[in-house]
Design a protein around this ligand. Structure first.
Ligand code: IMP
Length: 427
C-alpha cells in the first residue's frame, strides 16, 4: 500500500474504525487529516475498551507511526486525556505519535461559543458541542492559535489574550455569556501544553520523507462525504473537508502522491444531528435498524437517525472522492428485515434529479425513488465468503453495486476483523 486515503461515503459512522484497523496492518504510517475530537472510534483491545477521538487507532499496533495532521483541530484537554489513558494502559507513545506544529488549537471559549450558538440560533446544526466549528472559524479568520505557538510561553500569552478578548466581547454582547477568567484558561492550557510539546513536529516534512522512502501511509478520514463543509449538506455539515482532497491540504501530501481512495459505506444510512436526510425512516423499520445496528453516537451517545440506503449519495461520494474500492459494512444488521429498499435517485417536481442538489430546500423536497429487494431473514453475521450469503443478500449487494457503479471489494459481517468477506483486493 503506498498512499491510501480512506473516507466515509455517507454522514459519518460508516464503521470506518474496523476498516482502518484492517488496513493499518499494511501501513507504516496512519494519519488523521481533518476534524477533531468530534470523531470517535471504539476499539476493543485485549478485553479493554478504548474510545479514541483524536489519536489514530494505529497506536495499538507496535511499529506504526501515528500522525495528527495540520488539518486537525486539537483540544489540548481531550488530547492529554487520550495520551494519559493510553500510557496508563501501558502503550508507549514517544516516537510513535507526531502532532503537526501547524494544527489549530481548540480553546474553552470555542466550545462555549459552539453550544451558545446552537442554543440561540433558529438553524440548529446539532453539533457535537466540542468547539470544532468556532475553532475552524478562527483558523480561516487567521486569528487561531496553532500548536507551534505553544512553544514560546511568553508570546503565547499575548496571542491568546488577543483572541480571548475578542471572544469575550462577542460572547457577552451576543449571548450575555461570561467566559472563564483568562488566567484560568491560560493556566489550563499550560498544563496540557507539555503533553502536546512532547509530540509536536513538522508532519508535512515527515510525510514527504515517508513517501520518498517508499513507505506506506493510510490517511484516515473522519466524519463522511455528506458532512464535508464544501460538498456536504451545507450548513448541516462539519467544518472541515472530510472528502479525499482534505488529505492533501490536511497533511501536506501533494495530490499526485495519492495512490488509492477507499470509501466505506453502511448497508443502510444513518445521520446524527440535524439536516436533510431523504431516505430517513420514522417507523418500525427505522427503530429496528437502530436497535440491531446499535446506532447511538460514540462521541455524544445520541440516537442516530436511520434510513434506507441512498445510492444517489453513494454515487456522489464515488465521484467527489474518486473512490477506487468500496467497503460495505453492517450488512448483518439487516438480517431480519422483511423488505429492503434502495433509493435509486431523487425526484423533484415530477422530474428525476441526476446530480446532488446544492440547495437545502431542493434536497429536503427531493422525493426518493425506491427499488425494493426481498429480505433474507437469515443470519449473515460472521460469514467469511460471498458464497455463504443467502441469495437475497447477494441480490441486495449486487443491486447496490449496480446502482453505485462500482464493485464492492469487502463486505463486513460483524465487528471482528475475521468477520469479513473479501471479494476483491482493497489495495
Ligand atoms: P461538529 O462537527 O461538532 O461541528 O458537528 C457538525 C455536524 O457533524 C453535526 O451534525 C454532527 O452530529 C456531525 N458530526 C460530527 N462528527 C461526527 C462523526 O464523527 N460522526 C457523525 N456525525 C458527526
Amino acid at each position: 500500500m503506498p498512499v491510501c486515503v480512506l473516507v466515509g461515503m455517507q454522514w459519518g459512522d460508516e464503521g470506518k474504525g474496523k476498516v482502518i484497523d484492517l488496513l493499518t496492518d499494511r501501513a507504516d504510517v496512519v494519519a488523521r487529516f481533518q476534524g477533531g475530537h468530534n470523531a470517535g472510534h471504539t476499539i476493543l483491545f485485549d478485553g479493554k475498551k478504548f474510545i479514541l477521538h483524536l489519536i489514530p487507532s494505529g497506536i495499538f499496533r507496535s511499529g506504526k507511526l501515528c500522525v495528527i495532521g495540520n488539518g486537525v483541530v486539537i483540544d489540548p484537554a481531550a488530547f492529554t486525556e487520550e495520551v494519559c489513558a493510553l500510557e496508563k494502559a501501558g502503550f508507549k507513545l514517544d516516537g510513535r505519535l507526531v502532532v503537526s506544529d501547524r494544527a489549530n488549537i481548540i480553546l474553552p471559549y470555542h466550545s462555549i461559543s459552539d453550544r451558545k450558538k446552537e442554543a440561540s440560533c433558529n438553524t440548529k446544526i446539532g453539533t457535537t458541542g466540542r468547539g470544532i466549528g468556532p475553532s475552524y472559524a478562527d483558523k480561516i479568520a487567521r486569528v487561531g492559535l496553532r500548536a507551534c505557538d505553544l512553544v514560546d510561553e511568553s508570546k503565547l500569552k499575548d496571542l491568546m489574550q488577543e483572541n480571548f478578548d475578542e471572544k469575550k466581547r462577542i460572547l457577552k454582547n451576543l449571548y450575555n455569556q461570561d467566559v472563564p477568567d483568562f488566567e484560568k484558561i491560560f493556566d489550563e492550557l499550560l498544563e496540557h501544553r507539555e503533553t502536546i510539546l512532547r509530540f509536536i513536529g513538522n508532519t508535512q516534512a515527515l510525510m514527504r520523507d515517508v513517501i520518498n522512502d517508499g513507505k506506506s501511509i493510510l490517511c484516515e478520514g473522519a466524519q463522511g462525504t455528506m458532512l464535508d463543509v464544501d460538498h456536504g449538506t451545507y450548513p448541516f455539515v462539519t467544518s472541515s473537508n472530510s472528502t479525499a482532497g482534505g488529505a492533501c491540504t490536511g497533511l501536506g501530501i501533494p495530490p499526485n502522491k495519492i495512490d488509492r481512495v477507499i470509501g466505506v459505506v453502511k448497508a443502510y444510512t444513518t445521520r446524527v444531528g440535524e439536516g436533510p436526510f431523504p431516505t430517513e425512516l420514522h417507523d418500525a423499520d427505522g427503530d429496528q435498524i437502530r436497535k440491531e445496528g446499535d446506532e447511538f453516537g460514540s462521541t455524544t451517545g445520541r440516537p442516530r437517525r436511520c434510513g434506507w440506503f441512498d445510492a444517489m449519495v453513494a454515487r456522489y461520494a464515488v465521484a467527489v472522492n474518486g473512490i477506487d474500492a468500496i467497503v460495505l459494512t453492517k450488512i448483518d444488521v439487516l438480517d431480519q428485515m422483511d423488505t429492503l429498499r434502495i433509493c435509486t435517485g431523487y425526484k423533484t417536481g415530477g422530474k428525476v434529479v441526476t446530480e446532488m442538489p446544492a440547495s437545502l430546500s431542493a434536497i429536503e423536497q427531493a422525493e426518493p425513488v425506491y427499488q425494493d429487494f426481498p429480505g433474507w431473514k437469515q443470519k449473515t453475521s460472521g460469514l467469511e465468503t460471498f458464497e455463504q450469503l443467502p441469495d437475497n443478500a447477494k441480490r441486495y449487494i449486487e443491486g447496490l453495486e449496480k446502482l453505485i457503479g462500482i464493485e464492492i471489494a469487502l463486505i463486513s459481517t460483524g465487528p471482528d476483523r475475521t468477520q469479513s468477506i473479501i471479494k476483491k483486493d482493497l489495495i
